[in-house]
Every structure is written in structure tokens, then in C-alpha cells.
Design a protein around this ligand. Structure first.
Ligand SMILES: [Zn+2]
Length: 89
């Protein structure tokens, strides 16, 4: 079966194909398994689509990339202040 999710930020539609029985079992929480244990071969992004069926919250790959980039930039800024602080004191 095809699962779809809509990005909360840009509204893009993504989808992933999963075995319905497997999905129903996971959704019902029967197995108590994490998504990555039920679908070890799917990419992180495809797993996000599955998780979104429960949480109703989904971000597309672009959003994750931008978030990762922002974090890198923030880390770079923090690094700058770490280096700068001894000279300020
Ligand atoms: Zn998006």
C-alpha cells in the first residue's frame, strides 16, 4: 500500500510503498517495534513518511537539509565565540 505525507512547511507530497499487514501491525503497536526495526531497508526520509501517519507531522528532505545546514552554521558561530572569549576577558 502507498502511504503519503504532506510537508508542513512547503506542502510537498511524498509517498512510500509498504506491505499493508506490516504497516497495520506497526500502527496498532502490536509488535512494539520501532520503524527502523520493521523497515530496516527504507531510507530515513521514507521512515519519516510512515511516522507521519501517527504524528500527522511531516517535513520533506529539503526541510531536513536546511535544518542541518542551520545547525552547522550555529555551531560555526559558537566556535567563533569560544575562540573569541579569552581575548575579551
Ligand atoms: Zn518541505
Amino acid at each position: 500500500m502507498r502511504l503519503t505525507a504532506v510537508c508542513q512547511v512547503c506542502g510537498v507530497h511524498d509517498g512510500v510503498d509498504v506491505a499493508e499487514r506490516k504497516y497495520r501491525r506497526w500502527l496498532a503497536g502490536v509488535t512494539g517495534l520501532y520503524v527502523q526495526e520493521v523497515w530496516p531497508r527504507l531510507s530515513n526520509q521514507e521512515r519519516e513518511i510512515i511516522i507521519a501517519q501517527r504524528t500527522n507531522y511531516y517535513l520533506c528532505q529539503k526541510e531536513w537539509d536546511e535544518m542541518a545546514q542551520q545547525m552547522e552554521e550555529e555551531e560555526a558561530e559558537e566556535g567563533f565565540w569560544d575562540e573569541g572569549s579569552p581575548y575579551e576577558m
